[in-house]
Design a protein around this ligand. Structure first.
Ligand SMILES: *Cc1c(COP(=O)(O)O)cnc(C)c1O
Length: 375
């Protein structure tokens, strides 16, 4: 029986060639030719300024450090997300306020956000789940009208566009992941989009271990010194060389994934009679086809389907365990029952296999098995 894995790290074919060049150049440490090439390539695609980071977690931390948050400041994040979305802001001392998601789009619920905004709210960090856009334009307008910073966790969203721009380009900062589980990657990696010109110098100093060393290389200062609390945020040239090969292959990656999601969408319609729906979104003009998230009628059915698929060699994954009900959430004073919609729907999500080594026939097998199990 052929196993259909949930994910398989993407390879473009040119990674080793570019990494060999790093060996010939003998510049390994970072912020060299390949890092700069990746950054300007992304800037050309997305607009704004871009710095590579060692992960999306690091990019979120860099964004959080740039905001100078204090212990009275509140940051609103969805509870349905990866830990780093909250952790990055929590560790700068801010108070984390968890918001509900919409049970159909699985994105932060803007009405709940509005209810939770008060005079201490400093930032909102929505997540673009599955590489689909959250209601980022509406949230951006809300933030502007209330003088609140918007930071987009676009970890899964590289390549997705909507009217008005790419994911990550709407907020003050946007953060991207190049982890091997994302569409394109460099093992571990990420990027921060700096969408307001006046932020760039400071963010670059924090990124460059709190120094103005990058300015020295550009001839703006003659020696560098410590100017901010910072950290070591950028990847080595080996990672950047790997990433450049992947970035150049973005369109091919999206084309391959798109034929799979088309088939999924077509065939998953047959499961509506069993109360199974596909995560809903219509906001994009181009989707990166990152993930296929299905919502089942009950937790019991979801678990039965997941385990039976596994027995049949098909790896489907559950959604996130809500952060407010995690051990850290509880330590912060949150308790089960605080976010009933998130608690209910997060239990009923399965993400289906999705990667470039899959074929359309694999999608047919996954959906046929699903239909058989549910029937
Ligand atoms: C993957 C992911 C992250 C973390 O990305 P890393 O690059 O692994 O640090 C953060 N937020 C979301 C929503 C993610 O999917």
């Amino acid at each position: 029986m052929k196993v259909i894995k949930f994910n398989s790290a993407y390879l473009s074919g040119k990674e080793k060639e570019y990494q060999d060049e790093v060996f010939s150049n003998k510049h390994f440490a970072g912020n060299g030719k390949f890092t700069k090439k990746c950054q300007s390539l992304i800037e050309n695609i997305v607009g704004g300024r871009v710095l590579l980071t060692t992960s999306c977690t690091a990019a979120l931390e860099l964004a959080a450090m740039s905001l100078n948050l204090s212990s009275t400041d509140e940051v609103i994040v969805p509870s349905y997300t990866f830990a780093a979305t909250a952790s990055a802001f929590y560790r700068t001392g801010a108070k984390i306020i968890f918001a509900e998601i919409d049970p159909n789009t699985l994105m932060i619920d803007i009405n709940d956000v509005e209810r939770k905004i008060n005079k201490n709210t400093r930032a909102i960090v929505p997540v673009h789940y599955a590489g689909l856009p959250c209601e980022v334009v509406k949230i951006s307008e809300l933030c502007k009208s209330m003088d609140i910073d918007l930071i987009e966790d676009a970890a899964q969203g590289f390549g997705t566009m909507l009217e008005g721009g790419h994911l990550g380009s709407f907020g003050r900062f946007g953060t991207i992941s190049f982890h091997e589980t994302k569409n394109i990657h460099c093992g571990l990696g990420g990027a921060i989009y700096i969408n307001e010109t006046e932020d760039f110098d400071r963010v670059e100093n924090i990124w460059e271990r709190g120094t103005n060393r990058a300015k020295m290389f550009r001839g703006l200062v003659d020696k560098y010194s410590w100017v901010e609390p910072g950290s070591s945020f950028y990847p080595t040239e080996l990672q950047s060389a790997f990433l450049l090969a992947q970035l150049e292959s973005l369109d091919k990656n999206l084309d391959q994934r798109s034929s799979l999601t088309e088939e999924y969408k077509k065939r998953l319609k047959n499961l509506r009679k069993y109360g199974v729906i596909l995560q809903d979104s219509a906001l994009f003009t181009r989707w990166n086809h990152h993930a296929i998230a299905c919502i089942f009628p009950t937790y019991e059915i979801t678990e039965h389907v997941r385990k039976t698929l596994l027995d049949r060699g098909i790896h489907a994954y559950i959604g996130y365990v809500p952060l407010h009900s995690s051990p850290m959430g509880k330590k912060m004073g949150w308790k089960p029952g605080d976010l009933p919609i998130t608690e209910d729907v997060s239990n009923r999500i399965l993400r289906l296999p999705m990667h470039c080594e899959m074929t359309v026939d694999d999608v047919v097998r996954v959906t046929d098995e699903l239909e058989e199990i549910l029937g």
